[in-house]
Design a protein around this ligand. Structure first.
Ligand code: ACO
Length: 377
């Protein structure tokens, strides 16, 4: 019999050492690759943030050029992968199901023998898969990746077929960097479990996409946008919030399991959203967003005294991604486009000092049943 303490959901259990990111939920600090998240997210290109996670240092200009070119070379998918995405779009399959199928199918044409190359391939190909699915769903043909554009710009380009403006690229890039890694969250843990069996990185990423799909992990920003749009139309945030809280419902985009203060990623993304909307976005919509945050924070304090219910990452994710032109239904796939950097970096880290991840379960079933043949049951 197992006498060890039961850690439901592995809460509070430390199962790996990592150099990738660290969360202090009490202080509201997040360090990614040794930098406060605000510094990394606002200064780095996605390629720089990824290089940092893979190499534990920033690249030189020459290294960054080579790294960028290598990623750009790995963006295209084979016709067979496109067929899978077209069929998923035509069948009306949800975006995360299409992404998971697309990633798994991309396994067929990686041609990669080493984990580092497969990791870069997985990062490079996720935007292509998400965008191709979206284009098929709109009844249009996918747009070929443009090797001359950086990662974030190329994703926007593949969605619309038009070269994006710099404000949108910086907005998206800041988002991708902000959420590139976040400790041992469920999808990252799923990836580490798979790679710990010495499986392969595409399999690990496929499992991680499956974990991210769940509403307890990656599903909140879409409903946040619905809420913001409803409040923007009504122009009355206070009665919206009171109606929800009086009905005992939760406000999407507020509260967090780990952070007891404002999620540091919310601060980074609110700054990025402000810069984006100031540069020519829908200013009236952004006014609704900031007014809603203020009203909701005050009312949450009134309704739940003693609780710290502050804005979480999903609130400004919705405002920013909507602004830069990511369709609502691609919010969670876009989260995957960012987090695949963390997933693959964790896989490479796990492989450096691997030990099969194999926790135990406490058996609570019967032990002394007597077998009865089928005919007697
Ligand atoms: N709106 C209203 N009340 C809330 C909210 C909220 N968003 N969040 C927590 N509360 C209330 C609960 O009703 C509870 O009240 P009670 O004690 O009167 O019953 C109290 O605060 C504590 O609730 P817990 O569930 O214990 O809080 P926890 O910190 O574990 O929950 C969670 C975290 C699940 C994120 C929660 O805040 C929530 O459901 N938020 C809305 C959904 C959301 O924004 N999810 C995205 C999170 S960010 C991410 O995961 C990447």
């Amino acid at each position: 019999m197992d006498e060890s303490e039961l850690a439901r959901g592995l809460e509070g259990v430390t199962v790996a050492e990592t150099r990738l990111s660290d969360i202090d939920g009490e202080a509201g600090d997040l360090v990614v690759g040794g930098f406060p998240v605000a510094d990394l997210a606002t200064n780095a290109t996605y390629e720089e943030a990824l290089f940092l996670l893979y190499n534990d240092r920033l690249p030189t200009a020459a290294e960054l050029d080579a790294f960028r070119a290598d990623l750009a070379d790995r963006r295209s998918v084979a016709d067979e992968v496109r067929d899978v995405l077209r069929m998923a779009a035509e069948a009306g399959d949800p975006p995360m199901d299409a992404l998971r199928a697309g990633v798994a199918a991309a396994n067929l044409d990686t041609g990669e023998a080493n984990p580092e190359g497969t990791a870069r391939r997985a990062v490079a190909v996720l935007p292509t898969i998400a965008a191709a699915y979206w284009r098929y769903r709109q009844g249009t043909a996918p747009v070929e990746p443009d090797g001359g554009l950086r990662h974030a710009a190329n994703y926007l380009y593949m969605l619309t077929g038009e070269e994006p403006d710099e404000a949108s690229v910086r907005g998206l890039e800041t988002y991708l960097n902000t959420v590139i890694d976040h400790g041992l969250n469920a999808s990252t843990f799923a990836a580490r479990v798979v790679i710990s069996t010495e499986s392969d990185i595409v399999s690990a990423v496929t499992a991680a996409v499956g974990a991210l799909k769940g509403p307890l992990h990656g599903g909140a920003p879409g409903p946040v946008l619905d809420m913001l749009q409803e409040v923007h139309d009504s122009g009355d945030p206070e009665s919206y919030v009171r109606t929800k809280l009086d009905a005992g419902e939760r406000l999407m985009g507020f509260g967090h399991r780990v952070y007891r203060v404002r999620d540091p990623r919310a601060a980074v993304l609110s700054g990025a959203a402000e810069r984006f909307y100031d540069a020519g976005g829908d200013a009236a919509f952004f006014e609704t967003v900031t007014a809603f945050e203020e009203v909701a924070t005050d009312l949450l304090a009134e309704y739940k005294p003693g609780r710290s219910l502050e804005t979480n990452v999903e609130f400004y994710t919705a405002a920013l991604l909507h602004g830069v032109g990511i369709p609502r239904d691609l919010f969670t796939p876009t989260f995957a486009v960012a987090r695949v950097g963390g997933w693959t970096a964790h896989c490479l880290e796990q492989l450096q000092d691997n030990r099969l991840i194999r926790p135990r379960a406490r058996y609570v079933g019967d032990r002394d049943r007597t077998w009865r043949p089928l005919a007697d049951r």
